[in-house]
Design a protein around this ligand. Structure first.
Ligand SMILES: [Mn+2]
Length: 319
């Protein structure tokens, strides 16, 4: 943690960002870090490659986040802090811009390490969320947590631990959350802000998607698919589909679940979840993706049916 803290201390101007299609953990970690930097007398900007989903607007009541576009002037900074990924390429269109700044890039992350040398970064694969890493750092620096920082971190931890049920949820997770609640964070209010925002279009597409359910490998592998035409007809958004895979994890006896989504350009987005200690990240890596041990994904440059066949073959060899 020291080298990371030193870099922050020795510099003055910071750009903070997270991966495309940002989640609660990425956005929450950014906002907490932003306030920490401001409170320690630094200048900071949060610029993301994608807009903040409406359900995460509760994290950023002061509208600190800017969305990158070719017209946006990126400020001159001394260093860039990227949260919730350890690959610059995950920043999409912002990635080349960040690389061209030619300043140190610091990662704060809990995904499987893609970096060769992690010194100087805050990377902890055992952490249930990036938010917990940010919390530990902020506490170690002695910065006082405000309500706004605490609420941002609460959303980060709540969402990334699957409402405190995923494997990396630890005693430390709950101790952290206890501290956050003491600043006045209201769980019911936050839950409604984040999870009580679904549209009828989303629920209809979910219904249609669940109808595609198939079971293979003696019921140990379950998968669903979403075609582009179903997405278009439903008028649901891409982001609406992100939570669909969670609905498969309640199936009896299932060890691996997958969601195949046909993208606008005819390629396929694969999402995987492993249950009962069944890792899936190696399967995702086989298709050029990555992620966490038990939650991973890949963008595959093939039509959906061909992708299903290839993944089914790979999954069968693991089960
Ligand atoms: Mn995360």
């Amino acid at each position: 943690m020291n080298k990371f803290a030193d870099t922050l201390r020795q510099n003055r101007r910071f750009l903070i960002s997270t991966h495309v299609q940002p989640d609660g953990d990425g956005i929450g970690s950014e906002i907490a870090l932003y306030h920490h930097l401001k409170k320690t007398g630094k200048e900071a900007w949060v610029i993301n490659p994608s807009p903040t989903p409406e359900k995460f607007e509760v994290i950023d009541p002061s509208r600190i986040i800017q969305v990158f576009s070719s017209g946006l002037k990126v400020p001159e900074v001394d260093a860039v802090i990227i949260v919730d990924t350890n690959e610059v390429k995950m920043l999409g269109t912002l990635a080349p811009v960040v690389e061209n700044l030619k300043v140190p890039i610091l990662f704060v992350d809990h995904h499987v390490k893609e970096l060769q040398d992690t010194s100087g970064h805050l990377i902890d694969e055992k952490s249930g969320s990036s938010g917990e890493i940010v919390y530990r750092f902020i506490k170690s620096e002695g910065t006082e947590l405000t309500f706004e920082m605490a609420q941002a971190l609460y959303v980060a931890i709540l969402t990334d631990t699957g409402n405190f049920r995923f494997q990396r949820t630890s005693p430390s997770t709950h101790e952290t959350v206890a501290d956050l609640l003491r600043t006045g964070v209201k769980p019911e209010q936050v839950f409604q802000s984040v999870f009580g925002k679904d549209s009828a279009e989303k629920l209809r597409l979910l219904g249609k998607t669940l109808q595609t359910l198939k079971l293979e490998c003696q019921g140990q592998f379950a998968w669903v698919s979403i075609s582009k035409s179903d997405r278009d007809q439903s008028q649901a958004t891409i982001e609406d589909t992100e939570s669909f895979i969670g609905h498969l994890t309640v199936l009896r006896d299932v060890k691996i679940v997958a969601l195949f989504r046909e993208e606008d350009n005819g390629t396929t987005k694969l999402s995987l979840r492993g249950l009962h200690n069944q890792p899936v990240v190696e399967i995702a890596k086989k298709f050029g993706g990555g992620g966490h041990k038990f939650a991973a994904g890949a963008k595959i440059q093939k039509p959906i049916q061909e992708t299903v066949d290839l993944v089914l073959k790979e999954v069968s060899s693991k089960l």
